[in-house]
Design a protein around this ligand. Structure first.
Ligand code: NAD
Length: 352
């Protein structure tokens, strides 16, 4: 049994689905179901006794303590977070509450639980914290990619809140001996990503004939990794990572934002041509994001050499799969965008 937090979000849901497709070890999935959490992502697990869903906040330490005592998981995998940089610029408070204070509460609960373990349960326990490459700050065009030794230089409230959480995780290992693992991953793409993030936003807006907003001149560079490859990296770190260690996960696949948007437009032209003309006519350069990092790039040598991890998906095939998924799931997109899903959560749980 493992406890996953944030398992109804984009990466968490992909991870839970992958996990239960690979083996039968059950998952307790604790998620607050914010706007970004969507149980529809896990619809194929309905009635599956290997998946126990709990709607809760990672900041509710007493509840987490009860769950740990009751289910005795061998690991906690923490995906739960506020994750969107633009939202963090407009409203940083939730980011500090969930990403810093929430992770602190989860660590406290895990510390108490771990202190009570003995024998094989004690030896096997891991606290795996999922983080981002954005904690390392921004690179110039010819700087080497981020290694795990790179200094933390977060620039947005989002990355600063994730950096704060990463530091707490590190401290809980050094101070209390909690067997932690931290992964710092580059930008993910794939099915079930909320259409506020670049790739699903471009697909969704293009199909609706709406502008495709691009910050500045579109020359900011990101490294992109297919979400299934992120999940396989996390599984590998959980299996064989050294307690206390940090592992970068990335695709070594750098793209400027404008090149990605043009690529998606061209693929959509091929799959679903628009009689009004090529989709790139919709590209709209908008005022740059404040403090916009120029470039992120990940050096994943440690994960490759120590744990033998390799991404399976190249970018062209990953993008094809992603576009195909969004073309096949217009209802999913329309429901999360329209707020119909929020109404359903309110009905089920009495709030939203
Ligand atoms: P997401 O926003 O899609 O999902 C976050 C999930 O956490 C949602 O299900 C939400 O309901 C849940 N959640 C939020 N606050 C909570 C709380 N207080 N208690 C319990 N659950 C809560 O995010 P994502 O893109 O899937 O990212 C998951 C993790 O991976 C985050 O920690 C993020 O920082 C990290 N990460 C994301 C990317 C990326 O490209 N998306 C890259 C690297 C790292």
């Amino acid at each position: 049994m493992i406890l996953v937090t944030g398992g109804a979000g984009f990466i968490g849901a992909n991870f839970v689905l992958d996990w239960l497709a690979q083996h039968d070890e059950p998952v307790i999935n604790l998620d607050k179901l914010t706007y970004a959490g969507n149980l529809e992502n896990l619809a194929t697990l309905e009635g599956d006794p290997r998946h126990v869903f709990v709607k809760a906040d990672i900041g509710d330490q007493a509840l987490v303590e009860r769950l740990l005592a009751e289910h005795r998981p061998r690991a906690v995998v923490n995906f739960a977070a506020e994750s969107h940089v633009d939202r963090s610029i407009h409203g940083p408070s939730e980011f500090v509450t969930t990403n810093v204070v929430g992770t602190f509460a989860l660590l406290e609960a895990a510390r108490g639980y771990h202190a009570g373990l003995t024998g094989a349960e004690l030896d096997g326990f891991r606290f795996l914290h999922i983080s981002t490459d954005e904690v390392y700050g921004s690179l110039a065009a010819d700087d080497p990619a981020f290694t795990e030794a790179h200094a933390y230089q977060p620039n947005s409230p989002y990355s600063a809140s994730k950096a704060g959480a990463d530091h707490l995780v590190r401290a809980y290992h050094h101070t209390y001996g909690l067997p932690t693992l931290t992964t710092n991953c580059s930008n993910n793409y794939g099915p079930y990503q909320f259409p506020e993030k670049l790739i699903p936003l471009v697909i969704h807006n293009a199909l609706a004939g709406r502008p495709l907003p691009i910050y500045g001149d579109g020359s900011n560079v990101r490294d992109w990794l297919y979400v299934g490859d992120h999940c396989s990296g996390i599984r590998r770190v959980l299996e064989a990572g050294r307690p206390g260690a940090v592992y970068n996960i990335g695709g070594e696949n750098e793209w400027t934002n404008i090149a990605i948007v043009r690529h998606i437009c061209a693929r959509l032209d091929a799959h679903r041509p628009d009689p009004a003309g090529p989709y790139d006519r919709l590209i709209d350069f908008v005022t740059d994001r404040p403090g916009h990092d120029r470039r992120y790039a990940i050096d994943a040598t440690r994960l490759r050499e120590e744990l033998g991890w390799r991404p399976a998906e190249d970018f062209a095939s990953g993008i094809e799969r992603t576009i195909a998924w969004y073309l096949e799931h217009p209802d999913w997109v329309n429901r999360v965008v329209s707020g119909a899903y929020r109404e359903w959560v309110a009905q089920q749980y009495g709030d939203a």
